[in-house]
Design a protein around this ligand. Sequence first.
Ligand code: FAD
Length: 386
Amino acid sequence: MYDTAEDHAEIRDALRALCAEFPAEYHRRIDAEGAYPEDFVDALTRNGWLAALIPEEYGGAGLGLTEASVIMEEINRSGGNSGACHGQMYNMNTLVRHGSEEQRRTYLPRIASGELRLQSMGVTEPTTGTDTTKIKTTAERRGDRYVINGQKVWISRVQHSDLMILLARTTPLAEVRKKSEGLSIFLVDIAEAMQAGMEVRPIRNMVGHETNELFFENLEIPADNLIGEEGKGFRYILTGLNAERVLIAAECIGDGRWFVEKATGYARDREVFGRPIGQNQGVQFPIAEAHVEVEAASLMRFEACRKFDAGAACGAEANMAKYLAAKASWEAANACLQVHGGYGFAHEYDVERKFRETRLYQVAPISTNLILSYVAEHVLGLPRSF
Ligand SMILES: Cc1cc2nc3c(=O)[nH]c(=O)nc-3n(C[C@H](O)[C@H](O)[C@H](O)COP(=O)(O)OP(=O)(O)OC[C@H]3O[C@@H](n4cnc5c(N)ncnc54)[C@H](O)[C@@H]3O)c2cc1C
């Protein structure tokens, strides 16, 4: 396994010990019941892992994205799914970087202690999809309040979070110079909002992810809940999105390593035609290829982390890490399923569950096409296509 100069052995060992308390049977049951892994998320919170990115002065561990990525990777590598809790990591970053001192003092210590969860981020809308700057949800300032109207879709962990970061338009598109201007982000108290104009409708889905449609009708929130300056929310969201891409890449790397280890073990043990199936090169090569690609993706992940933690621009590396890792984990998933033959389809082997879970990352939080489009335009300087 390739890593940066230090191998983060301490973090990995501690995470492995904690994750071992939640074996495959646990995650299998949660998946079968379409439930939320409360105990697992609580254990991660109690042990301070979900407060990794909160600075020490606010009660967190004060670690960087590099360490956060190792945490997410180990969760997925253990057979679990960080999808239940990764929101807290990258949402936190938005609050740490762009929140006011008062917001940081009010929320971060309570999030670090586990009293509050900040697991949700509401960006995607049904009619605009990936075209984020065209979102139609509005936040209109009225005195010391903002009034929110509109609709969101695919907003995850709302039912298991206390707070959500919400993107809304504060200046109409027709009145801004650039379409990325006039958008703002807000901190929404979910329990209060559900009593005051926000409706939550769950979406049943392939990965048992707790994700929802949200409807806002004259939801009033305090003006103090605006994060940073009005109109600059898209820029703030982008910083968060780079962190998100890198952390999702790390989860894919964790998945990829899980698939490679699982496939290798099975190929070594399963005997057909009087010898281990792993003795056939036709079986070996797809596993070896998956391993090569997962390890290469991991290096790009660490390069993206290094730049992010140094405060340097890392859009290119974050996108490339997400692309490589999502592709590598999906290829590893296919290889692992194939190696298992019919047994790959049986729930008790966990391969089909992880296979479904890792497939998501070709589409969300950003699709493969949109990453390629970013690289073509922003890295290679090709003409803008949309
Ligand atoms: C389980 C799950 C959880 C999610 N959680 C959240 C969440 O917590 N918060 C949140 O805000 N969102 C969330 N999302 C939404 C997710 O980020 C979007 O689904 C994703 O960004 C794609 O948007 P879309 O589904 O509207 O697809 P669309 O934008 O409609 O795109 C559909 C397809 O067309 C392709 N496409 C579109 N435009 C172009 C183009 N110009 N060139 C090439 N190809 C193009 C896309 O790549 C994609 O494959 C979640 C989604 C899922 C499935």
